[in-house]
Design a binder for this molecule. Sequence first.
Ligand code: PLP
Length: 459
Amino acid sequence: MDGFDSESLYEQDRLHVWHPLTQHQDYSHNHPLIITHGLESTVYDINGQSYLDAAAGLWCVNVGYGRQQLIDAALRQMQQLAYYPLTQSHPAAIELATRLASYIPSTPHIYFSNSGSEANETAFKMVRQYWQQQGFPHKTKIISRFRGYHGSTLGALSATGQPERKRNYGPMAPDFMQVSAPYCYRCPFHMQYPSCQIQCAEDFERRIQIEGADTVAAIIVEPIIAGGGVLIPPPGYFSRLAHIAKDYNVKLIVDEVVTGFGRTGSLFGHELYNIKPDIVTMAKGLASGYMPIGATAVSDEIFHTFLGATDSGRHLRQVNTFGGHPVACAAAIANLNIIEEDQLVKQAQSKGEYLKQLLVDQLQNVPWVGDIRVQGLLAGIEIVTEPETKTPASDAFMRLLGRHLIKQGILAGKATDVETWHNNILIIAPPLVIHGDELEQIVTGVAHTIRQVGQAPPI
Ligand code: PLP
């Protein structure tokens, strides 16, 4: 690509850009790619090298890169009204909220923010205030799951069940706690489905009983634990969870930050399980990453407890300067139009089936592949040193795998194994517009690379 002095960009990046999840001391042999542009499922770096983005950025560019319709909508909105806060209102927020309410009629009240973390923080505050206003001041605890990820801010991090993300950042916020994840490949109870009778769901009931239901405000769950390793719950898990929440008068918050907007082959992940959450949080795919936006969608029942006399203090006493930013809302509306017009939810379902078939065909006999989990266009491949022991592949193994994949022009994601701190799960979550031959290229590249690294693993 013309016009870039790559050496000086690397140097300035090294000096001034503090990257997430990155050991900067490794920079000389492991600098980041500097990406300049993208089209559909492909991104390009400063050296003109192309990469298939099998991770859709951070699992968010659902409609693919370079969608002119979306870009035009954002530009038009910026020309018309560049900014206005939602302490008043504007047409783009009204249209987007109405649209989201039509998708999930049981949670028709939409609070806008800028990210998944903020959407979850907002949900926690809402349920706590809700219970206070209902006369249950001790119902403050939020129960989530090990391996679940709910964000980087302190409340959302406290709800996160990945100890390595929390380390050094304590103390965490009080009244957050985790129970076991639905992780059949490494069952925390050393049992097998279905004879386990879904102990991981029962764990919620046990925890609520131990804590006392009068102290528990809400449960928060991802429909599929994404960053924690693409953990797909077994049949019956979510209906049991919904029952437990109802029986103990605990609100159910579903975190759709990754699973929303077609990723799993349904518009929202929770639709796979036929449950009705009290609150749904969303971000990433809402504007496909073209603009930052998060949303917290809330039931009538919760919303109505916030109504009262002007000075009663019952209103939500929170503001986000950029929440519901007009340009982000306009981008989100155009994004949803594309998802509908291109039937991307249906596409994610059929392409997901194809991806699953490719992964099973090409990977199931590879000795370093312990488990393959796929739902829609969200796939996790668990890399182990040998299938019998299920010993997770080392960080060095996974780093080398990532580097070899990049050399082949493939960008994939990685998830985290909590118990070992190893990032031994490779994640494939491409834009929903990905083509069949591109999926083939990704899977062939992944199979080849796992063999290559497995045969000469790093010491
Ligand atoms: N919830 C889930 C399930 C996520 O995967 C993430 C981010 O990856 C978040 C919340 C936090 O979103 P953000 O990074 O936009 O704050």
